[in-house]
Design a protein around this ligand. Sequence first.
Ligand code: SF4
Length: 434
Amino acid sequence: MNEYDSNRIKDFTKKIGYLSTTKIDEANCFVLNTCHIREKATEKVYHEVGRVKKKFRNKEKPIVLIVGCVAQAEGDLLLMREKYIDAVIGPQSYHNINDIILAIESKKKIKLNYTEFDVINKFDEINLNKNTDSKVSTFLSIQEGCDKFCKFCVVPYTRGPEYSRSLDEILKEAKQQVDNGSKEIILLGQNVNAYKYNNKRLSDLLFALEKISGLQRIRYTTSHPKDLTQDLIEAHGDCKKLMPILHLPVQSGSSRMLKLMNRNHTIEEYLKLIEKLKIKKPTMKFSSDFIIAYPGETDKDFEKTVQLMKEVKFINSYSFIFSPRPGTPAATLKEIDGLIAKKRLAYFQNTSNDVKSEYRNQLVNTIVNVLFENKVKDENKYFGRDEHFNSVIVESNTKLSGEIKEVKINNCNQNTLFGEVVSASKKVKVEYAA
Ligand code: SF4
């Protein structure tokens, strides 16, 4: 989401003559787009501002803006502690950035904190601005905010309530991205499958996007199991451009823990969804997020999480020890002993690595379809992703960016598959990946 927002900020600021640069010493405005999901985010902001301060010690002070969820959650504190910051702008207010920059430039007295939940105006402004992102695989924000209030999560407080963009505006922006050269669109939302605009749901949007010629692949992230409705499950079988992988955060394998977290579903319900999706699309794979050592987690609860990993065989998982976020209900709960938490995380990550290795080794000597994104710097190699979002690298002297090719996988490590583009004569000798 931040990558999408940063691109849109660049599209906005271009209009007043501010272009992005890699020459940091020459920049006259710094926009630090921040995330508040993990701990120490605020400290990182101070650290980055400190670096700018040092670089510009004997020069004219650049404009320094803090954008994103840290600005939203801790804006006043940032302004109080670090006077070098000119203004803080929340994730639903960044459409005001040009006015703010121009006012600071002309030394007008302005307010410093822009953290209103002005999401409707934000998307109205975004809709008026052409999306210039031309990456082969590109993000498109369709929904923001969350009404679920999981007890550990800051999103409902930093991004505000659920809001869905107009279907027509999303299609318009998707067409712009495809015209720019994008082949894959990843639909974004904090709770993307809660998408609902004038009775149109995510499944309607997927089928509408599928009709865009030139668009080859569609993905969406991140979903909540509660919003995985039957029409969306059907879409996974019927929408040909929708890729057969779903990131479906579960957080814990214990229904008791899910209740404590206010996740509003049980493990049995979660597994039922997985089963339905697999029936509809047998090649479906899953990835997920896990919070280890959430307050109240017993050994037995933890074992259930490990069991779930073995049962579903998530091909990717993102696991972290519970980290209290200020202002959330879980922040006041008694934390689990740090040593126990670390041991559980290590055990869980070993298990998930084993599951992932087994899956990846099964891919060796099979053929996968890869959408190539870019050349690997200074090498005759190209990077792309297969349908299950696995990273794939091949050697090639010819340009592959933007093309979908069949690739025979020869080797793998924990994060990447290595292979070769299959020539027609080799196709009969190898198996397709299931
Ligand atoms: S559903 Fe996701 S975004 Fe919403 S509160 Fe829960 S964890 Fe946060």
